[in-house]
Write a protein that binds this ligand. Structure first.
Ligand code: ARG
Length: 397
């Protein structure tokens, strides 16, 4: 009989580690492949995942997808001012890439099934499975955490029985997902919407107390809608994101606390840290405000909102996303120039913007200018609100 192979989308955490012996003992696979995709894992976690996989005897693949994540996922998100309900979408845009990399390995090895560690309550099951089903429609997908309700205590005991190193799992109170664009912290006491997030959940952003005591002015330069330099220093896409992250974090910029409506309808409380996103997106938006026409600005808000919803739902390969991006990308070549921000103890203010494509003419707009013949406004003003005025005279007839 040919060996039956399952591929686990492996983070190295407790849930996906528990899946390894389970796949062998309860689901009857004799070969387990694990794939860990690095889209900005916390320091040391990739190595830990590799070591655990080795110990548990899987055929393991580590994939460094950080550059690709920045250029093919974060950059489109910047162009679309990527946001869902106040959350600079980050976990959501990483999932399609992780799934894509898993699919690449799965195709090469011709695996018989996928396994992931998502529960039935969250969004990630939708995001992973959409990609898997799009590219390998006949390969079954197993989600043990969705099939059986396993408590953390049960998982820890099971792991100990199966010789899985549990590391810090026992002390972990928060459920954290981290990538280059954002860090999400949920669970425990944070589930209560009225509970103020404790300082200990934040690792990327300083509290207002510890943030720099003087304002920082930072200039971000954009070319074709994406950031290319900070304070005049050109950087690679990855380095630029890391630099923005550091500058914003030092100033306490990037904390988000929102109520989020999940895809299956659950309303949940979410905390995020997204320092780089919280300075780059406002800067990008400020530049768009300078170079776009009134109609373009109004319409782009709607397009961005739809793009954000699709991205949140992990529908990365939906043709509607391409349609929206056709509009977004048409504008981006003009989104070239520089924006200066002032960061201070958690706040981020745009204080300057410049572009050779600016639809602004100081000579026309200035209070002192004589170029614009103001008498020409008289006629236009007279017709303003004509129908509304007419309504007043007819409404009580
Ligand atoms: N609610 C967010 C989303 O669906 C983030 C979830 C991240 N997961 C976590 N365990 N913190 O995009």
């Amino acid at each position: 009989m040919p060996k039956k192979t399952v591929l686990i989308v492996y983070s190295g955490g407790l849930d996906t580690s528990v899946c390894i012996p389970m796949m062998r003992e309860d689901y009857g696979f004799d070969h387990v492949v694990t794939v860990t995709v690095d889209v900005g894992l916390p320091a040391g976690e990739l190595k830990q995942a590799e070591e655990k996989a080795k110990l548990l005897g899987t055929e393991h693949y580590s994939i460094d997808a950080r550059e690709e994540f920045v250029t093919d996922y974060i950059f489109p998100a910047i162009k679309a001012n990527g946001d869902y309900q106040g959350y600079p979408i980050s976990t959501s845009i990483a999932r399609p890439l992780i799934a894509m990399k898993a699919v690449e390995v799965a195709k090469k090895l011709n695996v018989d099934a996928f396994c992931h560690g998502c529960t039935g309550k969250g969004n990630d099951q939708f995001r992973f499975e959409f990609v898997m089903r799009t590219f390998m429609p006949d390969t079954p997908i197993i989600a043990p955490m969705r099939e059986h309700t396993m408590t953390r205590t049960w998982e820890i005991e099971y792991a100990q029985k199966k010789g899985i190193p549990i590391g810090q799992s026992i002390n972990k109170i928060w459920s954290i997902d981290e990538n280059l664009w954002g860090r999400s912290i949920e669970g425990g006491l944070l589930e209560e919407p009225n509970y103020a997030p404790p300082e200990e959940i934040f690792t990327w952003t300083k509290s207002w107390k510890n943030a720099k005591s003087t304002p920082t002015e930072v200039t971000i330069e954009f070319a074709n809608g994406v950031p290319v330099a900070i304070d005049g220093v050109k950087m690679s896409p990855l380095d630029l994101i890391l630099k923005a992250h550091e500058i914003a974090g030092d100033n306490g910029v990037g904390r988000v606390d929102i109520m989020e409506d999940r895809m299956i309808g659950l309303k949940v409380r979410e905390n995020y840290e997204c320092p780089a996103a919280r300075i780059i997106i406002p800067a990008h938006k400020a530049l768009e405000d300078l170079v776009c026409t009134t109609e373009e600005r109004a319409f782009k808000v709607l397009v961005d909102q739809k793009w954000g919803e699709l991205a949140y739902e992990g529908l990365w390969f939906d043709p509607f996303k391409d349609d929206l991006e056709a509009f977004i990308n048409q504008i981006q070549p003009r989104v070239t120039g520089a924006v200066t921000l002032r960061l201070f103890k958690g706040s981020c203010q745009v204080i300057g913007r410049a572009s050779k494509y600016a639809l602004y003419n100081e000579d026309l707009a200035s209070f002192d200018s004589k170029t614009f013949d103001q008498s020409e406004a008289v006629g236009i003003v007279k017709t303003h609100g004509m129908q509304a005025r007419m309504y007043r005279t007819v409404k009580d007839k």
